[in-house]
Ligand binder design. Structure first.
Ligand SMILES: Nc1nc2c(ncn2[C@@H]2O[C@H](COP(=O)(O)OP(=O)(O)OP(=O)(O)O)[C@@H](O)[C@H]2O)c(=O)[nH]1
Ligand SMILES: [Mg+2]
Length: 431
């Protein structure tokens, strides 16, 4: 969250109702409570940016919208009185409009063995039926299947890409199962890097296919992680935000699940697998994210089947012995996953992908190509200098090769001359 000198920030959960939470989680407003907003502003002021589902608004904007006086008492906050309306308070509006017209994009990678419920979970998460055929267990290798969909909620458009592994875990030799996944992730980074390096870049129109979240489906064995899981997650953790989930968690009892979660967590730690942690630096969501981090890996159930319970239609899986409700937090962690992945941390996942994973890929790639920021004396090294150095290096190598070939040629001529002389001598002696 961005702020102007003011240590206090407010967080709007939804654009529609302007309910305001202070950073200490006290909810003010809620459907436009004018007094509450005044008191929030009275309490701690300054011009603060509100961040709402990836859209930035300022306190000025909110107060102006609600037609409220703007009171500023923030310490260390320099204020310049304006004689009249200038109009820069519409900046957030411009940003909101721009963001809405551009739309958002989010890419999820589902990694998990065949039949672990990947497609069902995606359908359940986004409350729709995505296309896709079940995979057979006879695939000779792992493949990745990618589908992009345009979704619309209220007036916000989302370009959602779901990538799923096909044939993962079906081979006898699973040594290289992680490789196609790593290659796929790198290929998306490479495509973005190539676009960035173009002279005519079209990044605002570019369909960003970099993976923002990797849901790693763990089989509900109740024992421990398979070596395939550990190896794959370890290979992926520096390239993508890995969120492990226990799939089909209705197949495991409550007490077993608690032990299984502890076991998985300790195995991940002891093998140095860095899974994605919900961020704690923003006080508005620190508490909820902290609590959710302790619940990882989420135990989920997927289903799109609906049943009327009471007077509400709910998503369920029905069994001869009873019914399990997908969105009931006493039954599984599906709601926690949906909240964390979509409502609270979608923007952080996108940001982490760009600032951490892509940055690492870009750095390694450019270094591999010979680019560097500083010379051996730690002095800044420009792109032009890098180009010159590379060119000189190349010319030097070319000259060296030329010299070697010249030497070789001279040597061969000498040898041939010696051979001819020898032959001439022999001919003379025969005569
Ligand atoms: N018990 C249980 N079954 C589930 C759950 N989610 C999905 N299933 C069932 O598992 C089967 C496979 O589900 P899919 O969603 O097709 O699994 P998938 O991982 O996409 O399979 P592939 O794409 O073929 O690898 C279906 O019969 C689902 O109804 C769950 O949470 N619990
Ligand atoms: Mg599937």
């Amino acid at each position: 969250m961005h702020g102007w000198n003011c240590p206090h920030s407010y967080f709007i959960t939804r654009t529609s109702d302007y309910s305001i939470k202070t950073r200490n989680r006290c909810v003010l407003g809620g459907g436009g409570g004018r007094e509450s907003v005044v008191s929030a502003c009275d309490m701690k002021c300054g011009i603060t940016y509100f961040k709402t589902a990836g859209i930035v608004l300022s306190s000025l904007h909110v107060l102006a919208y609600l037609n409220l006086p703007i009171i500023c008492k923030g310490e260390g906050c320099r204020t310049v009185p304006l004689a009249g309306h200038v109009g820069f308070d519409s900046l957030p509006d411009q940003l909101v409009n721009q963001s809405i017209s551009q739309g958002f994009c989010f890419n999820i990678l589902c990694v998990g063995e065949t039949g672990l419920g990947k497609s069902t979970l995606m359908d359940t998460l986004f409350n729709t039926k995505f296309e896709g055929e079940p995979a057979t267990h006879t695939q000779p290798g792992v493949q990745l299947q990618s589908n992009t969909y345009d979704l619309q909620e209220s007036n916000v458009g989302l370009k959602l890409t779901i990538v799923s592994t096909v044939g993962f875990g079906d081979q006898i030799n699973k040594e290289d199962s992680y490789r196609p996944i790593v290659e796929f992730i790198d290929a998306q980074f490479e495509a973005y890097l190539q676009e960035e390096l173009k002279i005519r870049r079209l990044l605002h129109n570019y369909h960003d296919s970099r993976i923002h979240a990797c849901l790693y489906f763990i089989a509900p064995t109740g024992h421990s992680l398979k070596s395939l899981d550990l190896v794959t997650m370890k290979k992926l953790d520096s390239k993508v935000n890995v969120i492990p989930i226990i799939a089909k968690s209705d197949a495991i009892s409550k007490s077993e699940l608690t032990k299984f979660k502890i076991k998985i967590t300790s195995e991940l730690v002891s093998n140095g697998v860095q899974i994605y942690q919900f961020p704690m630096d923003d006080e508005a969501v620190a508490e909820v994210n902290g609590t959710m981090n302790a619940h990882l890996p989420f135990a989920v159930i997927g289903s799109t089947e609906e049943l009327k319970i009471g007077n509400k239609m709910v998503k369920v899986r029905q069994y001869p012995w009873g019914t399990v409700q997908v969105e009931n937090e006493a039954h599984c962690d599906f709601v926690k996953l949906r909240e964390m992945l979509i409502r609270v941390n979608m923007e952080d996942l996108r940001e982490q992908t760009h600032s951490r994973h892509y940055e690492l890929y870009r750095r390694c790639k450019l270094e591999e190509m010979g680019f560097k920021d500083t010379d051996p004396d730690s002095k800044p090294f420009s792109l032009q200098e890098t180009y010159e150095a590379k060119r000189n290096e190349f010319l030097g190598e070319l000259q060296k090769k030329e010299e070697e070939m010249r030497q070789m040629f001279v040597q061969r001529v000498k040898e041939k001359e010696a051979e001819l002389k020898e032959a001439e001598k022999e001919n003379k002696s025969c005569l």
